[in-house]
Design a protein around this ligand. Structure first.
Ligand code: SF4
Ligand code: SF4
Length: 149
C-alpha cells in the first residue's frame, strides 16, 4: 500500500497526495446516478439509472482516466467544491471528511479490503441500471433525492 494507514485522520484534505485523495473514494458510485434539478424549486429528483461508463458489477468507472473526455458533465471532486455539491450523498467519504466526520467502519481504507463497501451493501450494485438500457431518463425517476441514502 502506497499510503500510511490513518492518513485520512492525520492529514487535512488539501495536504493529501493525489493517490491518497483518490483512495478516499469508497466506491459507492452514488455520484454516478442521474439526477434532475427542478428549475423552480431547486429540488433534486433521483433516478435509478447510472452513467454509461459505470461497471455495474464492480461499481467503478470503466474509463476513469478518460472520463472527463467521454462524459463532459462528470465532475471532478476537490477539497474546494465537495461541500458545494448538494447532490452528493451524505455518506460520500469526501463529504464526511470535509464535514469533520470519520470514515465509516466499512470503508475500504479502514478495513484494508477493497471490496468492503460492496460486502457491506453500501454501493449501488444491484439497485441501478445503465443509461445504455434506458430510453427516457424521466421515466426512471424514483423520488426525491435523499442525501442520507
Ligand atoms: S459518492 Fe463519494 S465516495 Fe461514493 S463513489 Fe462518489 S466520490 Fe466516491
Ligand atoms: S464518467 Fe465514470 S466517474 Fe463519471 S459519472 Fe460516469 S461512471 Fe461515474
Amino acid at each position: 500500500m502506497a499510503h500510511e494507514y490513518g492518513f485520512w485522520i492525520t492529514k487535512e484534505l488539501n495536504e493529501m497526495s493525489s493517490q491518497e485523495w483518490e483512495s478516499l473514494c469508497d466506491g459507492c458510485a452514488k455520484c454516478c446516478i442521474f439526477k434532475f434539478e427542478e428549475d423552480e424549486t431547486g429540488h433534486i429528483l433521483q433516478t435509478d439509472v447510472v452513467c454509461k461508463l459505470l461497471d455495474l458489477e464492480n461499481c467503478c468507472c470503466s474509463k476513469y482516466d478518460q472520463r472527463k473526455v467521454l462524459v463532459h458533465d462528470c465532475i471532478t471532486i476537490t477539497p474546494d467544491n465537495i461541500l458545494d455539491l448538494k447532490w452528493m450523498p451524505e455518506s460520500c467519504s469526501y463529504r464526511l471528511l470535509a464535514s469533520g466526520k470519520e470514515l465509516p467502519s466499512w470503508h475500504p481504507l479502514v478495513t484494508e479490503n477493497s471490496k468492503s463497501a460492496q460486502l457491506a451493501g453500501k454501493t449501488v450494485q444491484g439497485r441501478v441500471i445503465s443509461e445504455l438500457d434506458v430510453d427516457d431518463l424521466e421515466d426512471r425517476i424514483i423520488g426525491w433525492f435523499d442525501p442520507n441514502n
